[in-house]
Design a protein around this ligand. Structure first.
Ligand code: EPU
Length: 301
């Protein structure tokens, strides 16, 4: 979708940066996605006004975080994409509290806190993506989830059109699911983390990195796990047991390293990846009677 010159001029007055005709394939870890205009929200204070302008001009939009857990349709997209700038995100520590911008890289945040002797997040070290995306999905790995550490979240709420601060205790964090609305835009978070010596944290980080390297296809284009694990089960193990590693539709392929990672092994289209997801879901349903739920977020037209 292209923003008209008139709307672009008004948006620029609000301090946003416009990028025209951006290929989202280049902004997502799967390397899949169509083309649209992108709005970089440089000043948080102006977000409510930017959103009112988009509503007045009937410009549909979506928020893109780190782009590491999303599968986006191909072609010219019917909505513009909103982004927070990722360069120099704000991060500071005060006692056991860490205040971090949602656009910060999750791993960067974990190491920043480690340098201030704040731990508890070691398991999240290799999870790709932004802090905002991790909050929205309640990212987790190796027994750690971000949710229990959250004390406050500052966000733009589309429902009220305002920037608000929510207390951690008012947010529900479940397995890869939270009570945030789909159109809430995470801006900043306050975390409370346990004190731990830097050396101990680094040792924990090393263990998690090794486990991840041994079991996940880190050098291939993917969106991490495609399906959530069903209660008490493992999607990866079930897909593996069905002999589906290496199974492909076009260039969309079940990783031969971890069966719940689907990789773009070349120039996979969104429809290749969707067909592969449906095919694997159907085979798992047939063999185990289990309906796998997507973990990856799919943006269709
Ligand atoms: N397994 C297989 N074959 C495979 C993959 C896994 O047999 O191809 C078996 C493993 O041997 C193990 C079990 O399945 O016994 C579980 O595998 P793993 O330890 O790799 O964990 P997972 O349940 O597949 C979850 C998260 C990952 C996270 C890891 C480590 C989900 C959907 N996945 O994977 O998160 O990194 O644990 O904590 O919850 C993600 O969210 O995108 C993600 C990758």
């Amino acid at each position: 979708m292209r923003i008209s010159d008139k709307a672009a001029a008004r948006l620029k007055e609000l301090g946003v940066e416009l990028r025209q005709g951006v290929s989202l394939a280049e902004e997502t870890s799967l390397g899949i996605g169509g083309t649209t205009d992108e709005i970089l929200l440089r000043r948080y204070e102006s977000i409510p006004e930017v959103m009112r302008l988009l509503a007045d001009e009937h410009i549909p939009h979506r928020f893109l975080g780190g782009g590491t857990n999303v599968l986006i349709v191909d072609g010219e997209l019917p909505w513009v994409v909103l982004h927070l700038p990722t360069a120099h995100p704000g991060m500071r520590v005060e006692g056991n509290a860490a205040y971090v911008d949602a656009s910060a890289d999750l791993g960067g945040m974990v190491t920043f806190c480690a340098k201030h002797d704040l731990g508890g997040m070691e398991g999240l070290i290799g999870v790709p993506g932004s802090v905002g995306g991790a909050l929205r999905m309640n990212a987790g790995a190796y027994g750690t989830q971000i949710g229990p550490h959250v004390r406050e979240v500052e966000l733009y709420r589309a429902a009220t059109g305002e920037i608000e601060t929510l207390r951690g205790s008012d947010i529900r964090f479940d397995y890869r699911h939270t009570s945030f609305a789909p159109d809430d835009l995470m801006l900043r978070v306050k975390l409370e983390l346990p004190s731990k010596p830097f050396k101990e944290i680094i040792a924990g980080i090393k263990v998690c990195n090794e486990k991840r390297r041994a079991s996940q296809p880190l050098n291939q284009k993917s969106a991490g796990c495609i399906f959530k694990n069903p209660p008490g089960g493992s999607a990866g193990r079930m897909i593996d047991e069905l002999g589906l590693k290496g199974h492909r539709v076009g260039d969309a392929m079940v990783s031969d390293r971890h069966a719940n990672f689907f990789v773009n092994a070349g120039h996979a289209s969104c429809s290749d990846m969707l067909k592969l997801i449906d095919d694997v879901r159907e085979r798992v349903r047939g063999a185990y009677g289990v309906e796998l739920e997507n973990e990856v977020i799919v943006w269709r037209n």
